[in-house]
Design a protein around this ligand. Sequence first.
Ligand code: MYA
Length: 626
Amino acid sequence: MLRLATQLVRQNSNRNNLLTTVRFLTAAAQPKQNAEPDLPNTSFMSNVFRGDVVPVQVFPYPEPTEDQKELIHDMIDPIHRFFRHEHNPIEAERNGCPDPDTVDAMWKMGLFGTVAPAEYGGLGASTTMYATLADAVGAVDLGLGVYIGAHQSIGWKAIQLYGSEEQKKKYLPRVTKGRTLAALALTEPSTGSDINSVKMRAVRSGCGKYYTLNGSKIWISGGNEAGIFTVFARTEVLDDKSGGIKDKITAFIVERDFEGVSSGPPEEKMGIVVSGTSSVFFDDVRVPVENVLGGEGNGFKVAVTTLNTGRFGMGGSMSGMMRTCIQKATEHATKRVQFGRKLIDFGNVQEKLARMAMYQYVTQSMVYMIVGNIDSSFKDYQLEAAISKVFSSESAFLVCDEAIQILGGNGYMKGSGLEKFLRDVRVFRIFEGANDVLRMFIALTGAKYAGSQLKELQRAVEKPAANLGLIFREGSRRVARTIGIQNGNDISEYVAGPLKVSAQRCTESVKMFGKTVQSCLIKHGKGIAEQQFILKRLADSAIDIYGMTSVLSRATRAIEIGLPSAEHEQLLAIAWSVEASDRVHSNLQQINSGHFSKYCDTLSRIARNVSDTGGVVQQLPLEPLQ
Ligand code: MYA
């Protein structure tokens, strides 16, 4: 650390700012008081699928440590200044890569190894600090965010999570401080969201010392520059249970220098041009068995866990990007005069700005809730991470679009910077798990958790004598929930006075949600997996409930500690709770309504007609009957 700081001082004139930056990034994550990692499933959202409020991860809002508070105060300006002044997004996009001096400075500051422990060359920063870095980069250039993020959110993440001591010692210092970029090589021509459909093969040699990899990967972020890849391939694995051979996915650490590794040219794409995306080819590549990552046949788990831990980074960068859009829109709305009034004096501009502010607030509140939970050693956050990815990427697109609308013709011009943001942000709804697929993941994972409890109860009812305790407990829990007296299930118990009415809305949403999930499970059983019209609405409701809870918790903190922005945060939380709870109600009412299945059937038939025709079905209204 000392060496890094000294280097920085030598190489950068603004000594105090940069030292503060490094101190900020290295602030250790302190386990929080409320951390109870041993509880069965502390995920707030998993329990919401059962209609239960388990507050441990969400109330109170995660509090920064004293160290972090001090450093946040000192560092925000310097790090923002660094990205604003050392990086020119337009020029970098024109060149198709970041300026080498900017990259050089980022390596020197340790920004490519933020959360890796110091013993492996990283800064040893907390996840909370990483989210703050993502926010700072996102505010300036999402392309640069992906350049750094694809490297450390996912590129070398699996080595940190699953690497043996030898693997960590060998590879982490190279990617954290050794100027070697890392990439996650998962996607294939026939494998997008469906990880299990990976086709690439790795065959173990007769001597058992190496695997031979053959195949190709596409759209790999950083694929053209990376020196180290985490590659996923199918291997034959001895199945412990059956004793037979099974075809399973295995993760490997592959070096570009291994013979037979090559990459294609950077793809031409809509945005995030600064972060190269390319194919990577593996032609009879020999990979030593020591480079198997996370154990043979465990590749699926390695992939999803790596992706889970990376997804909040997107939310961080989206939150920063929205902040810039809001600033630009505000600047215009407060200066531009039309029809004799400033734009900000028009109700419809006010509504746009208010909603933009809410989307940003909800996104940021979710992200810092999740990273606070990760830093507190909670393990169950996969649902929340997926929710924040979906919500933040869609909010950022909307906010940017509305900012362009407020700026009008000026917003459409390249000079505004908003046009680039809109192109850059579009992919965030597609990569790191397409939002449509993640919605299904959220709804199904939650429903499965709720269903496991129903199954337990069903089993208990089959043998009532042996399970009276469970039946009684569950029975009284359900009655209590129905008549609204279940202890701890009322969110208004946890919020500040002015937010109690909003919290009641949230509680009502949770209750209605739990009941709807339960009735869907009873009605469809396992078949729920095929009910995507229902799953989508359940996922949207879950997203809204998590959003409401995050802002109620954060605004409560603001009120209780008397932040200068408390009154504003209170307004944001109140307004958001109205909108979000109305949406939850409407989505769930649709599912519960008698005509829903007919309506879904109509939509399916329209889609079939269109796909059977290969496009729009009807002729122009002017065309004669054929
Ligand atoms: S990289 C490529 C990204 N690719 C993806 O994200 C693929 C998305 N697909 C998936 O996540 C999974 O395949 C899905 C499930 C979710 C579709 N955590 O039968 P299953 C368990 C824990 O449902 P599938 C890129 O884009 C599940 O519970 N467990 O599986 C570049 C079940 O367990 P059990 C999970 O239908 C981006 C079992 O697995 C998870 O096949 C660059 C089977 O489940 C999970 N998530 O798939 C980004 N999923 O058997 C740069 C499933 O016990 C970002 N399971 O019941 C930069 C941002 C800026 C940062 C700035 C920094 C400074």
